[in-house]
Design a protein around this ligand. Structure first.
Ligand code: TTP
Length: 696
């Protein structure tokens, strides 16, 4: 949901740069003989020649469009060249596109704050560069202005028939009587033209750009004249632009909100919103959205360009069109394993190269049931805190899938086990890792610690699974009972996403998927190959429910070493409901023994890693535990020094590895239960054994 932001950004110079038919350009650079020819990039797939993801402008002239099947494209343009997306692990491998995008980003970032918005899109804040140029070499002082800049489209610039557009543009750029804002934009035009030329020279790629005073208008403008052109939106042209802009084409208005505006308020063009007061819009859509809409109508957006050169999330997805729909849990497990392996690889690369960690794992799926009377029902997206390590990600993703499937099938009364007669089918799967942040400074010890461990901990010497950072592993409340390994009914900390039907990251990615519709339904998000995670596969709407040869099940590797098991998770006390039963009070010698067996370094890992996660530090864990037990604050403070384990430090996946006699005990302890009003608060319990353990 859009959030109202502070407004005036008139004095800023913001550019949005978008590569032209990006995947095609990447393939053409690999095979220069394809340059200038009708070309498309097709996603591997033998079904009707695969699906077109990117189409060259030469091919577009013949009517070839994105998402056409390869066979269809050949019908409308027999001479078309189809380049295939590289394939790894049986799915599209987008690394070459990601890397090509990074090349471009590194060039664009030279001139100002740079935000990588998707695989081929960048926002730049050029305000400082423009101010400097205006002060030192304003356009009016330039003897020569490059042709690339002179070919700019300046919205609202009058040109009479027969007049030389370039002359008009030059005049506009060099006006000495222009107001400061337009002068800054003129500098922006020159800077962006120069950057685009640098990109072309250094990468051989062309791109298009929009230049205005904010991100929203720049993004709109960059799509207006393609390929290899740039468009400027001076303040004086904003109203004219929005008056004729269909409401659904505005970012975040392509979906339900846009439809509601059309149906409820009769708003068809963005400019139509001008007739409503802010108060009225707030009444209809709430305070934030109302104000946001009021601003949108005026082309106002205070959204900052974030200085971010790296993607906001990572993801891996695959679609299973028509007869390829997955119809059994083993086949889902097989593909989830593949997707999670790729995701995990990228997370480790990000960790190694950029020292960034992701916190949230989200699973999306497209599905149908044979009794699907309600075609609008969607497979609910599910999220949980992300645990590092391929095996853990695979396990968690499968648990999320099963939780989603149960919810999805609930109304249909279809068995989750699936059957060959077509109980349900999965037409798309994707896993993504989001909430990525830098490892806070001061935690370099994390790396040192791991490097200093014996060889088991070195990612380069051994499999990645050995190099595991752990973070909270419990699932959110609604995800309960997805497997016996899941800690049930534990709420996530504040700020962490609970289960949601669409992840916010996906929402933000979705509006990058299409130039026309900036808010797309979930199914499309499955495929946003150009999106922030840069890795999904193409959207296809499938109805095929025929049986098919399903991939063989890849065995789930679920063994978890004890070293992996003891990482932590902190939970605000208010959100934890830990069962308070007699078990806790009986004493737990067996548990104590178990934890004594654990390598003490694990608790060190736990502590060090805790520092790298907000909401998950040892102290908050202590507070949680103690406030659950009703201990006094002073006791809390004392125990902060000695506390090593808490409820959430126990990875649910390790429970099966505990001695049988204590498995039940631990499960009971972890299983939440509504606190009875008259329950007696005790200060002695399992938790105390851990602190005693530490004291020993
Ligand atoms: P876009 O920038 O949307 O499109 P484009 O670069 O191919 O063409 P244009 O010149 O019109 O901007 O997407 C960038 C790349 O992302 C595109 O080349 C292929 C990929 N992509 C997908 O794989 N699936 C999708 O649904 C979209 C929208 C893009």
């Amino acid at each position: 949901m859009p959030v109202a932001k502070p407004v005036s950004s008139d004095g800023r110079v913001i550019a949005h740069l978008d590569m032209d038919c990006f995947y095609v350009q990447v393939e053409q650079r690999k095979r220069p003989e394809l340059r200038g020819l009708p070309t498309a990039v097709v996603q591997y797939n033998s079904w009707k020649g695969g699906c077109l993801l990117a189409v060259s402008y030469e091919a577009r002239k013949f009517g070839v469009k994105r998402f056409m099947r390869g066979d269809e494209a050949k019908e409308v343009c027999p001479q078309i060249h189809l380049a295939q997306v590289p394939v790894t692990r049986g799915k599209a491998d987008l690394n070459s596109y990601r890397e090509a995008g990074s090349e471009v980003v590194s060039i664009l970032a030279r001139m100002g704050r740079c935000e990588r918005a998707s695989i081929d899109e960048v926002y730049l804040d050029l305000t400082d560069a423009a101010e400097t140029m205006l002060a030192e070499t304003p356009p009016e002082c330039l003897e020569v202005i490059d042709d690339v800049a002179l070919k700019s489209h300046i919205l609202g610039l009058k040109h009479e028939d027969g007049s030389d557009m370039k002359e008009n543009v030059k005049e506009w750029l060099c006006r000495s009587d222009a107001d400061h804002r337009d002068k800054l934009l003129a500098c922006g035009v020159l800077i962006v033209a120069d950057l685009r030329m640098q990109v072309l020279q250094e990468t051989q790629f062309t791109c298009s750009a929009g230049i205005s005073h904010n991100k929203m208008l720049s993004k709109l403008a960059s799509a207006m004249n393609k390929p290899a052109q740039q468009t400027v939106v001076p303040c004086s042209s904003v109203q004219g632009l929005l008056e004729s802009l269909p409401i659904k084409k505005m970012k975040q208005l392509g979906g339900k909100l846009g439809s509601s505006l059309q149906c409820e308020l009769g708003v068809n063009f963005v400019g139509d919103l001008l007739q409503f007061s802010e108060q009225k819009l707030q009444e209809c859509y709430g305070t934030n959205t109302g104000t946001w809409l009021w601003n949108v109508a005026r082309g106002i957006s205070g959204e900052e360009v974030e200085g971010r050169l790296l993607p906001k999330s990572h993801g891996s997805g695959k679609t299973f069109p028509g007869p390829r729909a997955l119809k059994s849990l083993p086949s889902v497990q097989h593909w989830l394993n593949e997707l999670c392996e790729e995701l995990s690889e990228r997370l480790h690369i990000d960790l190694d190269q950029n020292r960034r960690i992701a916190r949230t794992l989200t699973l999306h799926a497209g599905a149908y049931t044979s009794s699907d009377s309600d075609s609008h029902k969607k497979f609910p997206s599910k999220s949980c805190p992300l645990r590092y390590g391929t095996t853990k990600i695979q396990e968690d993703a499968m648990n999320l899938f099963q939780a989603g499937l149960r919810e999805y099938l609930g109304p249909f009364k279809v068995k989750t086990q699936g059957n060959k007669k077509g109980g349900w089918g999965i037409t798309g799967l994707s896993v993504s890792a989001s909430k990525i942040s830098d490892i806070p400074s001061g935690t370099s010890s994390i790396m040192k610690y791991f490097q200093g461990q014996d060889q088991l901990c070195s990612p380069s010497k051994l499999g990645k699974d050995k190099f595991e950072l752990e973070n909270p592993s419990s699932f959110s409340e609604n995800e309960s009972n997805s497997t016996s390994n899941v800690i049930e009914h534990m709420k996530l900390p504040e700020g962490e996403p609970t289960i949601k039907t669409e992840s916010s990251d996906l929402e933000s990615m979705e509006h990058k998927t299409s130039k026309n519709s900036l808010e797309v339904p979930f199914d499309s998000s499955m495929s946003s190959l150009k999106n922030a995670d840069f890795s999904q596969e193409t959207p296809l709407s499938f109805s095929g429910r025929e049986s098919h040869l399903e991939p063989k099940l890849t065995e789930l590797q679920s063994k978890v070493s004890s070293e992996e098991s003891m990482f932590e998770s902190g939970r605000p006390a208010s959100e934890q409901r830990v069962k308070r039963n007699s078990l806790r009070d009986k004493g737990t010698p067996s548990l104590l023994r178990f934890f004594r067996r654990v390598d003490p370094s694990c608790s060190l890992q736990s502590q060090v890693l805790a520092q790298s996660f907000d909401n998950t530090n040892i102290c908050s864990s202590l507070e949680n535990s103690n406030s659950i037990r009703g201990d006094s604050l002073s006791e809390d403070v004392q125990r902060k020094e000695m506390w090593q384990y808490n409820v959430n430090e126990i990875d649910p996946s390790v429970i099966d590895e505990l001695p049988l006699e204590i498995q039940e005990e631990v499960r009971a302890w972890l299983r939440p239960q509504k606190r009875q009003a008259n329950s007696v608060r005790r200060s002695v319990g399992i938790a105390d054994y851990f602190s005693r353990n530490k004291k020993l």
